[in-house]
Design a protein around this ligand. Structure first.
Ligand code: NGO
Length: 496
């Protein structure tokens, strides 16, 4: 049985166990912050809440403006000595003190996630907080391999509440993931309020796969999700799928259809049957309004236009459509992201291609300077079944056990796509068969941890047996967090 090197996922670049006693966190421990940068203070407060004990009257005090570390406390500072980039950090634990340093607040947040993995699982469960915490002596220097480490949640096939989305943000940030792509519109539902086109949600959002009540986010709720994510260094990537996967919009506004007739709402799981009327001007007025309203809610630079599985248009119509949409997205100050069907189109060098079809090579887009997000369906789709016995999920791209989700490397996955063109990885969770947060957790965990490590850890530091041992060690923490994870037989789970 391989012994885990440690219990941190994703594995850091460098971990050196220290010598001497553990550091003890108790009621007197304070969190000290160099300077008073607001994001750093926010990370300090997050850390203080994490290590809070019910025996103490309040979480550890957070003191700002403290230049040097003090014995018995945790010192957090911007300005790392090692070269850790925008998201890396350096963490040192001795018997006397803990010091965490990073160049940017995001790095501090990831350093806290690492520290969290060094603390006992009981920190995850408030009722278990009557305790003293011990942290082993250690020195860690860490930074991610890729800047894009994403998860995608399909809130269109089944709707997930704002509270569910926040829970998912919490779960992905434990794994140092920094993008949550929300698939906000599909044939079965439109999930975000657009003030200039209100029927999209009142009608288009009123159902989901199987005929349930559906739902949508008001703009205020969406802005709140964006802020919640930002506080955890997660960028929300909104997707409005077009020109296909648009039945909910077509059902809401007759004028978006070429024949001027609105179809019925759709609650099945077929794909490819819908398309916006790409030759009508009103279609582009509609898209402009949608991109404008959503872009105003999301300060970060991405807008995902879908572009997948369009069977009702000629290649010429499709290309003209995507090129026109690209200029609309650009006019609203965003970079266009699209599924790999957009690769043959005249893309701006700033556009991003999301590879998903295992047999398609997006090579044509490499020459245009496009960047890639890798979501190979046969490795990274969280909606595929684990094995033939999995009750939830689909299997069109294969069965994906944890090892299959882990054992691949972005730079060798697709011939002709050089490492320099790869922004990172993303694990999509489509929700045709997934209806509740318990379902989401079951399909995502543990595979999300595999994809998170592919996105963060250097290729030469990844090895299945050792990962599997580390994965097994997550069981107690994930249970304490109430995560409904799949106990794969490929892993020896250590529940306590
Ligand atoms: C495909 C399809 C989605 C499905 C999903 C199911 C893409 C990009 N388009 O992936 O509409 O929900 O498969 O696995």
């Amino acid at each position: 049985m391989t012994q885990p090197r440690h219990t941190i996922i994703p594995a850091p670049v460098s971990v050196r166990p220290g010598t001497g006693d553990a550091f003890t966190i108790g009621p007197a421990t304070a969190v000290l912050i160099k300077g008073a940068d607001p994001q750093t203070v926010a990370v300090g407060n997050y850390l203080a809440r994490l290590v809070a004990s019910v025996d103490a009257p309040a979480p550890p005090a957070v003191e700002t403006g403290v230049d040097a570390a003090r014995d018995g406390s945790i010192h957090v500072s911007l300005g790392a000595s090692a070269d850790v980039g925008d998201e890396g950090y350096e963490l040192t634990v001795t018997a006397q003190r803990v010091t965490l340093a990073a160049a940017k607040p995001a790095g501090l947040f990831y350093g806290v996630q690492t520290l969290r993995h060094l603390l006992p699982a009981s920190v995850e469960y408030e009722a278990a907080r009557r305790r003293t915490l011990r942290v082993p002596p250690i020195h860690i220097v860490d930074r991610p391999r890729f800047p894009w480490r994403g998860a995608m949640l399909d809130v269109a096939r089944h709707f997930f509440s704002a509270e569910d989305v926040k829970r998912y943000i919490d779960l992905i940030s434990l794994l140092k993931m920094n993008r949550l792509h929300l698939h906000l519109a599909d044939d079965q539902g439109w999930r975000i309020e657009i003030k200039s086109w209100p029927n999209l949600t009142t009608h288009g959002g009123s159902t989901e796969v199987g005929g349930g009540p559906g739902g949508f986010y008001t703009q205020a709720q969406f802005a709140d999700i964006v802020a919640y994510a930002a506080a955890r260094f997660v960028t929300i990537v909104p997707e409005i799928d077009m020109p296909g996967h648009t039945n909910a919009a077509l059902a809401s506004y007759a004028e978006l259809n070429c024949d001027g007739v609105a179809p019925k709402l759709y609650t099945g799981i077929d794909v490819g049957f819908s398309a916006l009327c790409v030759d009508k001007d009103v279609t582009y007025k509609f898209i402009d309004d949608v991109v404008r309203e959503i872009s105003a809610l999301v300060p970060t630079p991405y807008f995902h236009v879908g572009g997948d599985e369009v069977k009702k248009l000629t290649p010429e119509q499709y290309a003209r459509f995507i090129e026109r949409v690209q200029t609309i997205v650009q006019a609203h100050g965003k970079l266009m992201v699209g599924w790999d069907e957009i690769a043959p189109v005249n893309l701006l060098p700033s556009s991003i291609v999301q590879h998903w079809r295992p047999k398609e090579s997006p090579k044509v887009a490499v020459a245009k300077g496009a960047k890639f997000i890798l979501s190979p369906a046969h490795k990274a789709y969280l909606d595929m079944k684990y094995d033939a016995g999995t009750a939830l999920g689909l299997n069109w791209a294969g069965l994906i056990e944890v090892r299959t989700a882990y054992d691949w490397d972005p730079s060798t996955l697709i011939e002709g796509v050089p490492s320099a063109s790869i922004l990172g990885v993303e694990a999509p969770l489509w929700s045709e068969t997934v209806a509740t947060m318990r379902d989401v957790e079951y399909m995502a965990f543990p595979r999300l941890a595999a994809v998170a490590e592919i996105g963060w850890t250097p290729a030469d530091a990844r090895q299945w047996d050792e990962f599997s041992a580390r994965l097994g060690a997550q069981a107690a923490r994930w249970s304490a967090m109430g995560i409904n994870f799949y106990r794969s037989r490929q892993v020896r789970w250590v529940e306590r």
